[in-house]
Design a protein around this ligand. Structure first.
Ligand SMILES: [Mg+2]
Length: 202
């Protein structure tokens, strides 16, 4: 099984969506965009350190979480990679992402990836729990031993650390493009201890 993150793993969130959203938040709050925390995920993190009124915070949240998504495509090769993985009948594909559910769904639609997965799980950005809870639930639902689950993402604390804690194989997104599909699959295969244990079949 391969569990993919969405933002900055399959789509270029930091390059395409975040600058646009930061501009809208800056306008809503009436502050220079440079004063916003550009690496924040929740709106509270984006506004960290700024003195804003409740009204400004609400206006900022409305545009930060707005599900209208700028023209968006998957990273080069992402769709081809997912299609190639789906061609293997024994490889399950799951998308596990954290964010506003409506916005995440719209991103998936915009980049044409919604139908690529056996399961899509969206963890709301606010609220209790972490992706570790979702990973554990995914392993249980699909009855997959942790050692046979690869977790591919860009965020060490938010997903890769949770994957390792459960005994999954964590793979930090190795590049900003998936264009070389065969090489990526070889990388995934090489990272899978189960496949390394098995002798090469001819
Ligand atoms: Mg990410």
């Amino acid at each position: 099984m391969v569990v993919f993150d969405l933002d900055d793993t399959l789509i270029d969130t930091r390059g395409i969506l975040v600058p646009d959203a930061l501009r809208r938040v800056a306008a809503a709050v009436g502050t220079p965009v440079e004063r916003l925390n550009a690496v924040g995920k929740a709106i509270g993190e984006v506004l960290a350190g700024l003195d804003v009124t409740d009204e400004q915070r609400a206006a900022a949240a409305a545009v930060w979480y707005a599900p209208d998504v700028a023209p968006l495509t998957a990273l080069p090769g992402a769709r081809e990679l997912l299609d190639a993985l789906r061609a293997h009948p024994d490889v399950g594909l799951v998308l596990l992402t954290r964010g506003d559910p409506a916005r995440q769904q719209q991103k998936l639609d915009a980049c044409g990836l919604r139908g690529c997965f056996d399961e899509v799980r969206i963890r709301p950005i606010e609220g209790p729990g972490t992706k570790r809870d979702d990973l554990a639930a995914i392993l249980a639902k699909f009855n997959v031993p942790p050692g046979r689950c690869l977790v591919v993402g860009d965020d060490e604390a938010d997903e890769l650390a949770h994957a390792r804690a459960l005994g999954c194989v964590a793979i930090k997104v190795p590049q900003a493009t998936w264009a070389d599909v065969e090489r990526t699959i070889a990388t995934l295969r090489g990272a899978n201890p189960e496949s390394r244990r098995k002798p090469e079949s001819s």
